[in-house]
Ligand binder design. Structure first.
Ligand SMILES: Nc1ncnc2c1ncn2[C@@H]1O[C@H](COP(=O)(O)OP(=O)(O)O)[C@@H](O)[C@H]1O
Ligand SMILES: [Mg+2]
Length: 368
């Protein structure tokens, strides 16, 4: 086995696994992206963009979609894109301070400027310079106060009537599918967003997304396909893509800790404390009672060969070699164990290798 040298690392770029990293490859979201793009397109022709709501569970790529499009829009000087993270604001004042900052390029004094002054200064500049303003309100559902949600959206869209020639588009983003139910009559009458849904990813989609990220973050061939499959399963179970990104990074660090040039299942296993129980439970669920007994036998012992195991098992279970052999193969196929032919020993006997930590498997067998 090759070992990592002191000055070697598995990471081509560790930042790739941070949740706020903007991926070069944004997969399986073509329809959402093109609809958003179509809604924003009027902005580059100095018209009003179509107001939009992006809705879907966490980690379905909503923020990523907006950030990617805002990046693309940077080349159009007449479009000012403002990204407002509603997780860190809680008033209309704070939202508009953020917009002011983007429009003017400097921030307001931390307190004291009346809202109307901030508002009219923003509009003055937008109209005066013939710009189009696009405001993304991300994680709107974090604004607990309905009044604040309504005030912000209303103030933005009402500007058309109050200031001549102003062009503003609003993109709301939320996990709450029923967000529009939180709008009051006044706001609802001027905000008719095009709703774009971001559905949860399927297992294969998760694998492809994680794999594409791993290719950017790790050197070639670092991530073994077993490790990728395991991370995919854990991620799918958790329904959160961020869990997968986290596991990729942590298992990379774990592999480095043991100076391995590859990330193996044992690395994932070690970092996925909570997650691995879920993963194992799923595997064990596919086993018959006999197979579970065999697995328990294997994980209760060390350095076992298939010959020795058979000798013990045939006594206990009154079972022929063929049946035993099939069961062993199954455990290997679903990757609970590995077996290796031993050069020094004759015949069909194989050395059995555990793929998991014994304690974890024995505990999972007990719980199951
Ligand atoms: N389709 C995708 N392709 C590549 N990466 C994705 C995709 N969807 C989500 N991600 C990644 O998953 C993480 C969560 O996505 P994010 O856009 O923040 O989701 P949301 O805003 O819906 O909660 C980010 O790191 C993002 O890069
Ligand atoms: Mg988000």
């Amino acid at each position: 086995m090759k070992y990592l040298r002191w000055d070697e690392t598995l990471f081509r770029d560790p930042d790739v696994f941070d949740p706020d990293y903007l991926p070069e490859e944004y997969l399986y979201r073509e329809s959402q992206l093109s609809r958003l793009k179509a809604n924003l397109k009027p902005a580059i022709r100095k018209s009003r963009p179509v107001s939009t709501l992006c809705l879907g569970p966490p980690a379905t790529g909503k923020t990523t979609a907006i950030k990617l499009l805002f990046n693309e829009l940077k080349e159009f000087e007449d479009v000012i894109c403002v990204y407002v993270n509603c997780q860190i604001i809680n008033s209309k004042q704070q939202a508009f301070a953020k917009i002011f900052e983007k429009v003017y390029g400097y921030s307001l004094p931390s307190y004291g400027t009346p809202f109307l002054k901030v508002y009219s200064n923003i509009m003055k500049k937008v109209v005066g310079e013939e710009k189009v303003l696009v405001v993304a309100l991300d994680d709107l559902n974090f604004l607990l106060d309905d009044l604040v949600v309504n005030e912000i959206i209303y103030a933005l869209l009402k500007a058309h009537e109050e200031v001549e020639g102003v062009k503003i588009g609003v993109i709301g983003i939320a996990t709450d599918i029923k967000l529009t139910a939180r709008l009051d009559e006044r706001t609802g009458s001027i905000f008719h967003p095009d709703e774009i849904f971001f559905s949860p990813y399927g297992r294969d989609e998760i694998r492809d997304i994680l794999n594409s990220r791993a290719k950017l973050g790790f050197y070639p061939d670092v991530l073994t396909s077993d490790a990728l499959e395991m991370i995919t399963d854990l991620t799918f179970e958790s329904t959160d893509l961020r869990m997968g990104l986290y596991l990729l990074k942590m298992s990379g660090l774990e592999a480095e800790k043991r100076a391995s040039t590859k990330i193996e299942i044992e690395d994932v296993d070690r970092v996925s404390e909570g997650g691995k129980k879920v993963f194992l439970r799923k595997l064990l669920g596919a086993l018959s009672e006999d197979e579970r007994l065999l697995l328990r036998e294997i994980y209760s012992r060390d350095n076992l060969t298939s010959g020795e195991l058979y000798e013990e098992f045939k006594e206990k279970m009154k079972m022929g070699y063929t049946k035993f052999y099939e069961m062993l193969n199954k455990l290997e196929t679903i990757k609970l164990i590995d077996t290796r032919f031993d050069q020094k020993k004759r015949g069909r006997t194989r050395t059995i290798i555990k793929r998991y930590n014994s304690e974890v498997v024995l505990n999972a067998l007990k719980d199951n």
